[in-house]
Design a protein around this ligand. Structure first.
Ligand code: NAD
Length: 505
C-alpha cells in the first residue's frame, strides 16, 4: 500500500496545521484505502484564512499589480500545472475516482487553460472605457473602470475538484482579488497541490488560501462570514439555496453553479449510431457524476426499442473498474454515500413504475467488492413526472421517455426545475439548431456532449444557478464596475449641476 500523504491547510503562503489538530481521511473510492489526511478545519481556521486574504488584498501586493504583472504570474502557473501533469492527474484520479485517461488529458489541460486564458484576457480588457460628454451640459468627463471585488470564497464539489476550483480562482486572481477555497471534504488534495503551484509561480502569500473541513459547519461559516465579499459556489441546488440566503444577508456577490437533469432530444432523422454514442457519453462520462449529464433521453416512440437495444449492446463492451488503469472506461462512484443515493433512486424508479431495461445493481465480485461501483442503468417507459426523472441522481442512470411529436419533446425537455445542459441529436443541422434555440438551458450540444471550454461561458438557467463561469463573463463576475465622473469646469459658478439647487447665484 502506498504511503498515506499528510497535508496542512494552505494559509498565508504556507501549509499549516488546523486549529483543532483533528484530521480527516481521504480514501481511494475504488479500494476504500486511506490515501491522504487533511486537517478537519473549524471556524478559527476560516477566520485565519480570511484575515490573511483581507490583509493581502488591502496591502495591494496583488490587487495593485498591473494586469500584465498578474498575467505573467498566472501564465507561469499554467506552465507549472502542465509540468506537474503526472502528479496532479494521479492524485485527482486516486481521490475522486475519475479515470486517469480523463484526468491526465482533459482535467490538467483545463486547469492550465483556465489560468492561461484568464491571464490573456486581462491583458486584453480595456483598462478604462470613456463615455461621451453629453453636448447639452458643461464639459464633463466620465470614465469606467473595473476593480477587484475583494475577498472571494470558492466552494467546490467532489466530482471535478481541480477544474471547478480553477474556474473560480483563475478569474478571481486575474482580476486582482484574494480568495479562500473550500474543496469538498472527500477530495481536497489537488486543490492543496494547486496552492503550492500558485505560490511557487509567484502569487503572494495570503492571496490564495485553502481551508479543509466539513461543508455543513465550516463551509457555512465561510459563506456567511462578513469578511467575504463574493461567494463562488459549485454544488447541489439545496446547498446553493442556503448559500444564496447567506449572500443575501450581506448583499454579497454570488455565482451559483448547481445541479441539473439535462434532456437529450433525439430527432426522427437521427443516425442511430450517433444517437447511441451520444446518449452513452452524455450519461456515463465520469460514471454519471457530472452536473450537466444527459439523463433524460427523449426519443421518438418508433426509434425507442432499436435505440435502447443498441445502448445495451454497447454498454456490455465498456470496461468498468480501476480508474488508475488507462484501459478503464468507467471508474468507481466517488463515495459510499453517493452509491447509496444511486441505489435509492433506482428503488424509487421501480416504485414509480419505470421498467429497468438494463443494470440497476451495485457491481460485486473481484475489484468491485473493495470499492463503490454501480452498473450503467437504463430505465424505460418513464414519465417526466416521475421522481427519478425529475430529481438529480448523479450516477450512471438514464431515464428514457418516448414522444410522439417534436413540440411534445421540447415541452418535456423544458419541463424541469433545472436548466443546465441539453442536447439534440439529428442529421438535419437547421432543425437541430431550431430545437436548440427552444431549449431553456445554459448549454446545448448538437450531436456531442460535455464540451466545456474556457473560452465559452458555462452556467445554468432556472434552479441550475445564476452567473456564468469561464471566458470574459467570469472576469466580469469577479469585478466591480466603477464610474468616475469629473466636472472639467474650474469655477464654482460654471458647474452646471450645482445650479439645479441654485448654488451658482
Ligand atoms: P454539495 O452541495 O453537497 O457540496 C458542495 C460543496 O459545498 C462542498 O465543498 C461541501 O463541503 C460544501 N458545503 C456543503 N454544505 C455547505 C453549506 N451549508 N455551506 C457552505 N458549503 C457547504 O455538492 P457535492 O455533493 O459535493 O457535489 C454534487 C453536486 O454538485 C451535484 O448537485 C452537482 O450537480 C453539482 N455540480 C454542479 C456543477 C455545475 O457547474 N453546475 C458542477 C459539478 C457539480
Amino acid at each position: 500500500m502506498a504511503e498515506v500523504m499528510e497535508y496542512g491547510m494552505f494559509i498565508d503562503g504556507a501549509f499549516v496545521p488546523g486549529d483543532s489538530g483533528e484530521m480527516m481521511e481521504v480514501i481511494n473510492p475504488a479500494t476504500r484505502e486511506v490515501v491522504a489526511r487533511v486537517p478537519r478545519g473549524n471556524k478559527h481556521d476560516v477566520d485565519k484564512a480570511l484575515a490573511s486574504a483581507r490583509q493581502a488584498f488591502e496591502s495591494g501586493v496583488w490587487s495593485d499589480k498591473k494586469p500584465e504583472e498578474r498575467a505573467e504570474i498566472l501564465f507561469n502557473a499554467a506552465l507549472m500545472v502542465v509540468a506537474n501533469k503526472e502528479r496532479l492527474s494521479y492524485l485527482e484520479s486516486l481521490t475522486s475516482g475519475g479515470t486517469i485517461r480523463r484526468t491526465s488529458t482533459v482535467d490538467v489541460a483545463s486547469v492550465a487553460a483556465s489560468l492561461a486564458i484568464s491571464a490573456a484576457l486581462i491583458k486584453e480588457l480595456p483598462k478604462v472605457e470613456h463615455a461621451m460628454c453629453p453636448p447639452w451640459i458643461a464639459p464633463m468627463h466620465s470614465y469606467i473602470k473595473r476593480e477587484p471585488i475583494g475577498v472571494c470564497a470558492g466552494i467546490t464539489p467532489w466530482n471535478f475538484p481541480m477544474i471547478l476550483a480553477a474556474y473560480k480562482f483563475a478569474p478571481a486572481l486575474a482580476m486582482g482579488n484574494s480568495i479562500v477555497m473550500k474543496p469538498a471534504s472527500i477530495t481536497p488534495v489537488t486543490t492543496l497541490e494547486l496552492a503550492k503551484i500558485l505560490h511557487d509561480a509567484g502569487v503572494p502569500a495570503g492571496v490564495f488560501n485553502v481551508v479543509t473541513g466539513p461543508g455543513s459547519s465550516m463551509g457555512d461559516y465561510l459563506a456567511g462570514h462578513p469578511e467575504v465579499d463574493k461567494i463562488a459556489f459549485t454544488g447541489s441546488t439545496a446547498v446553493g439555496r442556503r448559500i444564496a440566503e447567506q449572500a443575501a444577508k450581506g448583499i454579497k456577490r454570488v455565482t451559483l453553479e448547481l445541479g441539473g437533469k439535462s434532456p437529450l432530444i433525439v430527432l426522427e432523422d437521427a443516425d442511430l449510431d450517433v444517437a447511441c454514442n451520444m446518449t452513452l457519453f452524455a450519461f456515463l462520462f465520469h460514471s454519471g457524476q457530472v452536473c450537466e449529464s444527459g439523463t433524460r433521453l427523449i426519443v421518438p416512440r418508433k426509434l425507442h426499442d432499436a435505440l435502447v437495444d443498441k445502448l445495451i449492446q454497447k454498454i456490455k463492451k465498456l470496461t468498468i473498474g480501476n480508474q488508475m488503469d488507462m484501459a478503464t472506461d468507467l471508474g468507481p462512484i466517488a463515495s459510499e454515500d453517493q452509491l447509496n443515493t444511486i441505489k435509492e433512486y433506482v428503488r424509487i424508479g421501480l416504485e414509480e413504475g419505470a421498467e429497468l431495461a438494463y443494470g440497476g445493481r451495485v457491481l460485486t465480485g473481484g475489484i468491485y467488492d473493495k470499492g463503490f461501483f454501480f452498473e450503467p442503468t437504463i430505465f424505460v417507459n418513464c414519465r417526466n413526472s416521475m421522481r427519478q426523472v425529475r430529481e438529480e441522481i448523479f450516477g450512471p442512470v438514464q431515464c428514457v421517455i418516448p414522444y410522439d411529436d417534436l413540440e411534445e419533446a421540447i415541452h418535456i425537455a423544458n419541463d424541469s426545475p433545472y436548466g443546465l445542459g441539453g442536447g439534440v441529436c439529428s442529421r438535419d443541422v437547421a432543425k437541430a439548431q431550431k430545437v436548440a434555440a427552444k431549449m431553456r438551458t445554459g448549454t446545448v450540444w448538437i450531436n456531442t456532449w460535455h464540451v466545456l471550454r474556457p473560452d465559452v461561458p458555462f452556467g445554468g438557467y432556472k434552479e441550475s444557478g445564476y452567473g456564468r463561469e469561464n471566458w470574459y463573463h467570469a472576469l466580469m463576475a469577479y469585478s466591480e464596475v466603477k464610474h468616475i465622473c469629473q466636472d472639467l469646469t474650474p469655477d464654482a459658478d460654471d458647474k452646471i449641476m450645482f445650479s439645479l439647487i441654485g448654488l451658482n447665484k
